[in-house]
Design a protein around this ligand. Sequence first.
Ligand SMILES: *Cc1c(COP(=O)(O)O)cnc(C)c1O
Length: 355
Amino acid sequence: MEQIKIELTKNPKQKPTDQGSLGFGKIFTDHMFVMNYDKGEGWHNPRIVPFGPFELSPAAMCLHYGQEVFEGMKAYKNADGKTLLFRPEKNMARLNVSNERLCIPQVDEAFCVEAIKKLVEIEEPWIPTAEGTSLYLRPFIFATDAAVGVHPAHHLTFAVICSPVGAYYPEGLNPVRIYVEQNYVRAVRGGMGFTKTAGNYAASLKAQDESEKLGYTQVLWLDGVERKYIEEVGTMNVFFIIDNKIITPSLQGSILSGITRMSSIELLRSWGYEVEERHLSIDEVAKAYDDGKLQEAFGSGTAAVISPIGELKWGDKVMSINNGEIGEITQKLYDNLTGIQWGKIEDTMGWTVEV
Ligand SMILES: *Cc1c(COP(=O)(O)O)cnc(C)c1O
């Protein structure tokens, strides 16, 4: 790959002064990484340039057919002032899994990790340091062919933008209320559920909107065929602790293979907990609840890390989990994952990468 060209901004923006009210994904830094793909040439012209609008044909295929993929990762500042990334190679490997499904040419994973490190190094002054804050990184690829005809693109843009963020949910680590969706489905096996692509989110908006109106934070998706098996929550994978066993839906093609999910399973197993990856029906969860055996539930994802679930609403049934409070294992997992990510505890797993 070529050398990354760097053009620094002449108009640096004012950085947020109140780190307590960053919210999520509303503020963007001064620079972005960009490279292009053109058929015959491959990926080329990698560059870091001032953050700003793209020039795009109104016929650009991403706008009409949604050929787009993305990733979500974070850079963290530890107490020694060092900048850490969390398993970035896993994000780039997953990006290529999404690419493959959406007929987007593969990227050089190691090169992309290096490009992200370079961008984060330049944006270092933007990384917030208050408790629970980080620099969210959003790599994405979209089709730019100016052609209103359906075919895999010959021209694409890869970009990475950065956003200083606080807690993903206004609730913070307080348990969220989740609505079990029975009307809409997000993905089916054979579809794109295992990829991180815009279309999956477009399919989810209606349910999300309706559940929010009812006072819920996110929806819990059931499988698209039998409408019975638990899949995942909006932007998170999901875990249930039933009768001292930790259960999470297996990866069968319609749910995303979360890096937080993977890391949670590895940590829990390293502590000697039993973790089952299998089909889990909503009836089984409801039965466990009735029998007093539903101990904890939580979501896992880069944005919120670990999010305790305090209430599940399934039709008329309202299940209050652990009295709406964070459970012991959920708390332990949160403390350890965030401890590793923010460099507060020793990373015995070798997951963090210094920028
Ligand atoms: C990104 C995402 C997740 C979480 O994945 P992480 O790698 O843990 O951030 C879960 N589900 C969906 C649908 C996602 O888009």
